[in-house]
Design a protein around this ligand. Structure first.
Ligand SMILES: [Zn+2]
Length: 356
């Protein structure tokens, strides 16, 4: 299947072009990392809110910092993002022609910074926007007031427009992928186009040069304190990035498993397999029993069968009576006259309707 795909997508651009499967697989690799970390942070925060609560609150910011560090290292060393390197790909500047730079040489400055920004900042901002939209939507659903200020009206318009903007965004990526499959585009993602780069496979020369580069990264003699501090800082950052990337490489399959495990459709299956059977509803909620005790007219008291005076509701069952009737009844029986729920005098709530 992969061979057929690669054959199908072979384009005039040359043999170094990755197939759509490789390109999409590396995209989804990084997309799976964040949700998995989110679940991890959530589990930690729930187990010990005092110690790990900050992880959950600042996850986006912690993630973008680590992501920035990781991608910066990979772009500088291998001319690729972590996941692109994982799939044996590299970025080359558009218009490099046949004379492609080796992966170990890094990208030209402009393409490097554009790549870094688009790799790290765009997913962060998109995530923030999605969170904002869902919180606004929640607020909008629970507010009972009509939109008063112009800000509120702006929010409403924004909420109404958001699905279309999102659809256009996703459509843009889809069309780009389609063009790539048909060999009409150099990029499978608009982000690559904006960064001014395209993806190609690593060549044997690239791999050799990368290996040489890693081997040559031995510590050099430092003289002044400034350069020593600088090299120590660089070493520390390199160390963090290195452990991140090693951890990620090992954890990638574990993360994808976690992501699959926690995906919403899967949750249903897991729940149905592991959940205890739902207990049957209480017998006295049976409507047949209730309706015999209830008067036909809604404004009548079920106890004295007259129009209610000083309407009072039981917070345990929700039924409404005269204050005097239900007070006496609950005082002697300690239960709701209709449902039989255990009820005390503190559960009586007087109703003040606008008409009275
Ligand atoms: Zn009554």
């Amino acid at each position: 299947m992969a061979e057929l795909g690669a054959h199908l997508t072979a384009a005039p651009a040359g043999d170094d072009r990755p197939s759509i499967f490789e390109a999409v697989a590396q995209d989804s690799l990084m997309a799976a990392v964040k949700p998995a970390l989110q679940h991890l942070a959530k589990v930690l925060a729930e187990s010990n809110p005092a110690r790990y609560g900050f992880l959950w609150r600042w996850l986006d910011e912690i993630y973008i910092l680590l992501d920035l560090l990781l991608q910066q290292q990979y772009l500088a060393r291998c001319s690729a993002s972590f996941s692109e390197n994982f799939y044996g790909l590299k970025r080359v500047a558009i218009g490099d022609g046949k004379q492609q730079a080796l992966a170990s040489a890094g990208l030209p400055k402009q393409q490097h910074w554009k790549s870094l920004l688009l790799l790290v900042l765009v997913p962060y901002l998109k995530g923030k926007l999605e969170k904002l939209v869902s919180s606004l939507r929640e607020e909008d659903e629970y507010s009972i007031h009509p939109p008063s200020s112009s800000w509120k009206r702006f929010y409403r318009a924004f909420l109404a427009a958001y699905p279309f903007v999102n659809m256009a965004w996703e459509g843009w990526f889809l069309i780009q992928q389609l063009c790539y499959i048909l060999g009409k585009a150099q990029h499978h993602s608009p982000m690559l186009r904006l960064a001014g780069v395209r993806l190609v496979r690593l060549t044997a020369d690239d791999i050799q040069a990368l290996e040489k580069k890693f081997a040559a990264a031995a510590p050099s003699q430092a003289h002044s304190i400034k350069t020593q501090v600088q090299s120590a800082m660089k070493k520390a950052l390199d160390g963090i990035a290195f452990s991140l990337s090693t951890g990620l490489s090992v954890g990638v399959f574990f993360l994808q498993f976690l992501d699959w495990w926690y995906s919403s459709e899967n949750q249903e299956t897991i729940k149905s397999l592991t959940a205890l059977p739902t207990p049957p509803p209480p017998v006295h909620l049976d409507h047949g029993v209730d309706s015999a005790l209830l008067p036909k007219l809604k404004t009548m008291c079920p106890l004295c069968r007259k129009i209610r005076a000083n309407a009072t509701v039981l917070s345990t069952s929700g039924y409404v009576f005269c204050y005097r009737c239900v007070y006496n009844y609950v005082k002697t029986h300690q239960r709701c006259p209709i449902t039989g729920y255990a009820t005390e005098l503190q559960h009586l709530v007087k109703l003040y309707s606008p008409e009275s």
